[in-house]
Design a protein around this ligand. Sequence first.
Ligand SMILES: O=C1O[C@H](COP(=O)(O)O)[C@@H](O)[C@H](O)[C@H]1O
Length: 224
Amino acid sequence: MWREFESSVDCARALATDIGTRLERVVERNGSAGLAVSGGRSPIALFETLSGLDLPWAAINISLVDERFVPTDSEDSNEHLVRTHLLRGSAAHAHFTGLVTDADDLAHSLETANLAEGDPAVVVLGMGDDGHTASLFPGAPQLPQGLDPRSPQRYVHITPPHAPHERISMTLRAILSARRIILLISGAHKREVLGRAATGPDPALPVSYVINQTGVPFDVYWHA
Ligand SMILES: O=C1O[C@H](COP(=O)(O)O)[C@@H](O)[C@H](O)[C@H]1O
């Protein structure tokens, strides 16, 4: 479903309510719920709105869709972003699992990330101007592994050809293990990229593999 908003505030409010309702329902049913979130600039307003909601935070497990291989206190770190904008107020009671668990050793961090269990109730994705989602970048040497629908791995090491930092990214297979996928984007350019990606799966636009699947409920939240 496509949902569009005039402002980032309206979009964040609607999406936070949507995610909060979903998480509450899953916690009621299962005792806990997983929420996997992306980094970048797009989710900041969402994180701040979500953190203000009265949710059963202690039963919510927050994880990352992707991470740049930088120290967790770096301004470029998605963990730093989540700790700053989401894990605050009562949301600080949520259980958080980051991806850089050994700042000196990407392979060891990746190995630890792949030990994680449980499929997320909700995955919130972003999209770059180049059509990457999570850190599944077009042209990355490890992209085929990341897009393999039968990949046994939940996370993969990605070397983006035109973006800074080595990455750890959720694989397509793990993204599609969620009960619900949300893509949060803004602006005319990303809307146009998404339109191209909607024409069919294309490794030049990795987000297309999420858009063109039919197994998992998928919503786009877009604001101008
Ligand atoms: O590098 C990344 O970029 C995408 C998009 O970021 P944005 O700033 O354009 O919203 C993001 O979804 C991903 O998590 C991040 O690592």
